[in-house]
Write a protein that binds this ligand. Structure first.
Ligand code: ASP
Length: 425
């Protein structure tokens, strides 16, 4: 009996969220088909309990966005500031990271537009979103708005682009000014730690939030919601697979002539680790070690590029965000103009820089991408339930992207040992 209880306690968060997802879907379908309409079902249960608990969880996530992105960008920029010491390696790595991320979003947008995961959901647009969705964006103003007139106004309204601009500026100066500002630098990195802890704490409420959000969705739509959700998952998984096994491997072969199959075989244990922990940050040591011992990348390069990649290069995350944008736009029946698509590519690349390498942060920064093109952030509720599984897969892709770019840069810098790569270790 005691043993049984212990086993119960051991259930990890991902398992709990997955159970919440399934039970939420089942309860929602049962409510939709078997519970008689009326005050109790509609007002108390669906729009009362399920709505408050589900949206309460979304609010908790939204609460994290501004401070989390701000601190994580300041810290990321501080790391980039150090690239001076590494000269060309830094510039090359950052360029590779940015290009692979933009490419990843294009793969995601392409696949999502082919599969059309959100078509058929027909969800009513929240009232306040209608205006934003149809507002024409003036390019010159958008560009100017990147520079905040008053950073505190931007912070309080959650206006992401000026926040990012200011955060990057602060981070670069912190790195440049060194010891003189070590107190402030420490403040930001410690505040960053607090935000990560807060994210972990908020995620503990995820099973309840997910259960309520999914139950509410299915209670409203019944079985009709299943197919679009599966299509969304399929699109993300397909895009992740294309990025990991086609884009990266072609890049690896073109730039280094190394055997991509051998690379995947040797790097696979690191991917499995990232998959099971859903955190790029925790994978850093194993990644550096594997790249050194099995693939032949000098630690001088990887000890800089891998932590940097875990902070700013999240190709898997931006794939999820690209597909999610298409899915949510289709679910709410909002067409995506070419200008909106260009904005998505730009903001999702920036969001990838601002996403910390810990579980579920990609979902938090997704709201920034959605807002940039006037899509309702409420749409996140639709995909939150299945995100935990996708988080595992995209984290594996995130760290593979870092490793491939690192290997290419190391090979070009002559910091690569061919014999280690060839050996069957
Ligand atoms: N879990 C991801 C990572 O650590 C970040 C995310 O997409 O939520 O790389």
């Amino acid at each position: 009996m005691e043993k049984h209880e212990k086993e119960k306690k051991k259930l990890g968060l991902s398992t709990k969220i997955f159970i919440a997802l399934l039970t939420g879907a089942v309860c929602g379908v049962l409510i939709h088909y078997y519970m008689p309409e009326g005050y109790f079902r509609d007002t108390i249960l669906i729009n009362g309990i399920l709505y408050v608990l589900g949206n309460g969880f979304i609010r908790l996530m939204q609460m994290l966005v501004v401070p989390l992105v701000f601190c994580s960008l300041v810290c990321g920029a501080m790391a980039i500031g150090d690239t001076k010491t590494l000269g060309t390696v830094g510039v090359k790595t950052i360029l590779f990271y940015l290009c692979t991320t933009a490419l990843a979003i294009c793969v995601a947008l392409g696949i999502a537009s082919l599969i059309n995961p959100g078509v058929g959901l027909n969800i009513a647009l929240p009232e306040d979103a209608t205006e934003v969705a149809t507002t024409q964006v003036d390019f010159a103003e958008t560009l100017l708005n990147i520079i905040p007139k008053n950073i505190f106004t931007s912070l309080s309204t959650g206006d992401m682009l000026p926040i990012i601009f200011f955060a990057l500026f602060v981070g670069i100066l912190l790195a440049a000014m060194g010891n003189r500002v070590s107190t402030v630098a420490n403040f930001f990195s410690q505040f960053n730690d607090i935000m990560m802890e807060m994210t972990i704490a908020v995620m503990k409420a995820a099973p309840v939030g997910v259960f309520c959000l999914i139950a509410k969705t299915f209670a409203g739509i019944g079985f009709d919601a299943f197919v679009p959700m599966l299509k969304y998952m399929g699109s993300v998984i397909l895009a992740l697979a294309v990025q990991c096994f086609v884009v990266y491997q072609v890049m690896l072969f073109v730039f280094t002539r190394l055997n991509p199959f051998k690379f995947i075989k040797k790097f696979f244990p690191v991917m499995t680790f990232a998959f099971s922990t859903s955190t790029s940050n925790a994978t850093i040591p194993l990644s550096i070690d594997t790249l050194y011992k099995k693939i032949g990348v000098s630690k001088q390069i990887s000890s800089f590029t891998i932590p940097l990649g875990a902070t700013i290069n999240m190709d898997g995350t931006s794939i999820m965000q690209g597909v999610a944008v298409v899915f949510i736009a289709q679910a709410y029946g909002i067409p995506l103009t070419p200008a909106a698509i260009a904005t998505v590519i730009a903001t999702a690349t920036i969001a990838s820089i601002g996403t910390a390498g810990v579980p579920s942060v990609g979902l938090v920064t997704l709201s920034m991408v959605l807002t940039s093109v006037g899509l309702p952030t409420e749409g996140i509720a639709l995909i939150m339930g299945i995100d935990r599984i996708l988080d595992m897969l995209r984290t594996a892709v995130n760290i593979t992207g870092d490793a491939v770019c690192t290997t290419i840069v190391a090979k070009q810098q002559g910091a690569f040992n061919e014999n280690t790569f060839r050996a069957d270790n």
